[in-house]
Design a protein around this ligand. Sequence first.
Ligand SMILES: *Cc1c(COP(=O)(O)O)cnc(C)c1O
Length: 402
Amino acid sequence: MEPSLPRPRGRFATRAVQAAAIVPEVAQKPVGPAIWPSATWAMPTSSEVGDLLTDTAPGYVYGRYDNPTATTLHGLVASLHEAPAAWSLASGTAAIHAVLSVLRGAGRVLSTSRLYGGTWALFRRLTDEAGWQVDHADLLTVEALEDALEASHTVVHVETIANPSTAVADVAGMAALCRERGVALVVDNTFASPYLCRPYALGATAVVESATKYLAGHGDVVAGVVAADEAVVAAVREHTFELGGSLGPFESWLVVRGAQTLPLRMRAASANASAVAHALVDSGAVEVVRYPGLEDHPQHALAAELFGGRGFGGVLSFDLPDRNAAERFADACEVFARAASLGGTHSLVLHPASTSHRQLDDASLAAAGLGPGTIRLAIGIEDEEDLRADVRQALSAIHPPR
Ligand SMILES: *Cc1c(COP(=O)(O)O)cnc(C)c1O
C-alpha cells in the first residue's frame, strides 16, 4: 500500500512548491538504485548546514560536492577495482586532469607516448596555459620506464591497452618501480575495464577510466572515474568540486545500471573480438592484425597473465594497403557503425587517418603507431557470425569486380 504523505501548508503557490519536496520515507530496500536529482539539501539548523559545507559531518549539502546516486557509483567502482575509495567526474578527461593535478605536486609528468588523443590535447593545453611540464616516452616495459624516469618526475601516466596499437603495458612491473622510486603511477585502464585488469590492486597509485566506455557500456552517457586510496580520493573530490567537474545524478545512475552487466558484456566483446581477429587473419587480405589475444601479438603472454585469462578486450586494429582501401572498407561496413568511441553494445569501425587523426601527415601517423591504412574496430556484443560476415563483405568491397 502506498504510504500517506504529510500535507503541505500555505496558499496555492506555496503548496505547489512545498509538496514537490515531500518525499516518502521508504523502509524497503530498492533493488534498482535510486536517483536523487536534488541540487541542494536542507537541514534542521544552520549550524548543521555549516557542518556539511565544511566537511565536518557526513551527508549531502550541495550537488557539486556529492550526491547519493554518485555515492552508490563510488562504492561500486571501489569494489570492482579492489581499492579503498573511488570518485566520479563529468568525463574520463576530467578524471585524468583531476588525478594528475593532485598527484603531480609541482613536479613533471612522465606520460606514455601511446596516448589517447584527447589526453594529448589535455596535456597540450595544460602545458600551454597552466605551466605543466609533461614528458613523453614509449612506456610499455619496466626498462623503458627506468630509462625515461628522472628525479624531477613526480607522476607517471600510462594506459593498460594502447589505442589503436593494442600494445599492453607491464602495469605491475611499472607499479613496483614507481613505488621503489617514490613516484606516483596513474593507469588509464579504460580499454581493459576492471573486469580484465585492476591496476590499483597491482600496486598503481590510482586508476582512471572513461566510464563512457566499458563501465557504463551502452553508449548513452559520458563519465569518468578514479579509484585510489582514501587520501588521494579525498584530494580528487576536493579538486572536483572546486573546479566544477562533478558527475550528475542521472549520469551516475546510468553508469551504475550499465556496470552491473560489465562481466557479461566484456566476455561477449572479448569472444567476438577474438573471432573477428581470426577471421581477418584467415582472410589473407589484411597486412597485420593487432589484438592481444592473437599468439603473435608482441605482449600476448603478458596480456594473458595481466588479464587473468578472462579475455583480451574488444578493441583490435589492422592495416589495409593504403588510405583509399581503408576508407572503402569502413564505408562498406553494414553492421559496424562508423563512429568514434568504444566499449558499448554496438560494434564500431574507425579509420583514424580520416577521422580521429586527420590532422596528422603520414610521418606523424607513424609516430602515433598507425598508418594511413589502419582500421580500428571496437567490438560490441552482437552475434559473432554477423560481425565476421560484415568484415568479410567489407573486405570484398575494397576491390569491387569491374
Ligand atoms: C575515451 C577515453 C578517454 C576520455 O574519456 P571521456 O569520457 O571521453 O572524457 C580517456 N582515455 C581513453 C583510453 C579513452 O578511450
